[in-house]
Ligand binder design. Structure first.
Ligand code: SF4
Length: 449
């Protein structure tokens, strides 16, 4: 149950000593209640109160990290049903399923995993996990595949078997990567719990219905396992979808902590058709899988899936932005055109894509507009003659140019006169296209300037 700021305030020392960097205990309590700061920032609050408040203000869906270091994947910690209510916190991990009986296919699958990389709006999109499933029932074979995956990739790992011995053997090869054990069933729960506890690794609870899963997580908690993922094994896609929604809804709306964990999904449980598999994955990116393991990572499927994931998991209250600077395309020289626009990431993505496709050397000046698109930034006074001139002068880009021409977006043609005044009489402001798609034809004509 979430605590209000006043309830938290009652547990604080109320000395207003400011050691937490807040002016008063009440101001600090309000921030703790919204989850923006940790209660432990107050050095004078009792350990008992810290434990009490931390438990009561913990996110309804437990945050879990699979893997370690910079390749570790954090999931969970979600606090809302709908992205526009606040934001979704951690995008679902996307992974590749491999089995220990596919000697011939293993090499190409690992190559596929390592080669799938797409850069979009300055962000590298790639799969994070490999799930290794034991189907051979041969412990040595399983260990050999785990070792190969360890040697040839930096993936976070999921070890899959219903056999505790098999999981323990796999774990002995890759424990340093803190893999996810998949998993505990009602039949092997005690043994899997022991292995997970001894090795401090997260574990999947696998069960047919939500009551069974809630029962299993309670038992795992009692055994000292806190990092749990849920794998509801409904046989129909409709039931699985309903389960997924309930696993988000019940902890958030009914404070049912025993289901407050992220989930893992295998779309290939429901179909063997690749197109359908991707449609299922796309559905559960939006609602509400923590990890999605795919049977293949073909680029034409992955790019739209990654793009969807990025779009849904960006903070709707904070537009994606690019760093303010002058970007270079196709080795621009002193005669190359200088274009300026705002730093909304999508604007940059569209403009840079068209500039790149033109294959012309271009200086692209991206001015900080707090992530607003050109027209919105202009209306908000963040992209005007004064701000553009200040940025262009500060960038010292003129030192690289033989000319003093600057191209502004067609949508802000109004600022051209004032911008010439701000930049100085040697500058000429050229009004460029309104739409990014017209940039290549515009640049073609540049040689005639
Ligand atoms: Fe209050 Fe603790 Fe902050 Fe001091 S450090 S102002 S006692 S909350």
């Amino acid at each position: 149950m979430a605590l209000s700021g006043l309830e938290i305030f009652k547990k604080l020392p109320k000395t207003n000593c400011k050691k937490c960097n807040f002016p008063t205990c009440l101001a600090f309590a309000m921030q703790v209640a919204t989850g923006k700061v940790e209660i432990s920032l107050c050095p004078d609050v009792s350990a008992e109160a810290i434990a009490q408040i931390a438990a009561l203000t913990a996110p309804p869906i437990r945050p879990i990290t699979i893997g370690t270091g910079e390749n570790g994947l954090k999931i969970g910690e979600e606090t809302c049903m709908f992205r526009h209510d606040k934001r979704f916190e951690h995008q679902p991990g996307i992974g590749l399923l491999i089995t220990d009986d596919d000697d011939e296919g293993l090499e190409s699958k690992l190559k596929q995993f390592n080669s799938i990389r797409f850069e979009r709006v300055g962000v590298m999109m790639k799969p994070e996990l490999i799930a290794i499933k034991s189907v051979s029932s041969d412990i040595e074979k399983f260990k050999a595949v785990v070792k190969r995956v360890m040697d040839e990739t930096e993936a976070s790992l999921v070890l899959m078997s219903d056999s505790p011995e098999m999981l323990e053997a796999g774990l002995s090869i890759c424990d340093e990567r803190r893999p996810l054990l998949c998993g505990a069933t009602k039949d092997n729960l005690d043994q899997i719990a022991q292995i997970a506890k001894k090795n401090n690794v997260p574990v999947v609870a696998k069960g047919g219905d939500l009551d069974e899963l809630a029962d299993m997580t309670a038992k795992l908690n009692l055994a000292g396992i806190k990092d749990i993922l849920l794998y509801p094994t409904a046989t129909s896609l409709k039931s699985r979808f309903e389960q997924e929604v309930m696993v988000r809804r019940l902890p958030l709306k009914k404070q049912l902590r025993s289901l407050g964990f992220p989930t893992i999904l295998f779309p290939s449980d429901f179909t063997k058709d690749k197109d359908e598999e991707m449609l299922i994955a796309a559905t559960f990116v939006a609602k509400y899988a923590g990890i999605i393991i795919l049977s293949n990572l073909e680029p034409h499927y992955l790019y739209p899936l990654f793009t969807e994931r990025m779009n849904i998991y960006t903070d709707p209250q904070r537009p994606m932005t690019m760093e303010e600077k002058v970007y270079e395309f196709s080795n621009p020289d002193k005669d190359s055109p200088l274009l300026v626009t705002g730093n909304f990431a999508l604007t940059y993505f569209l403009v840079s894509g068209e500039v790149e496709s033109s294959k012309k050397g271009v200086w692209l000046a991206i001015q900080n507009t707090d992530g607003l698109s050109v027209l919105t930034a202009w209306a908000a006074g963040k992209f005007n003659a004064e701000s553009v001139a200040k940025f262009i002068k500060g960038s010292k880009i003129a030192e690289n140019l033989s000319h003093r021409n600057i191209v502004i977006p067609g949508y802000v043609a109004e600022i051209s006169g004032e911008l010439e005044e701000e930049l100085g009489s040697d500058w000429k402001v050229i009004v460029g296209p309104r739409e990014a798609s017209s940039i290549p034809s515009f640049l073609k004509q540049w040689t005639t300037h």
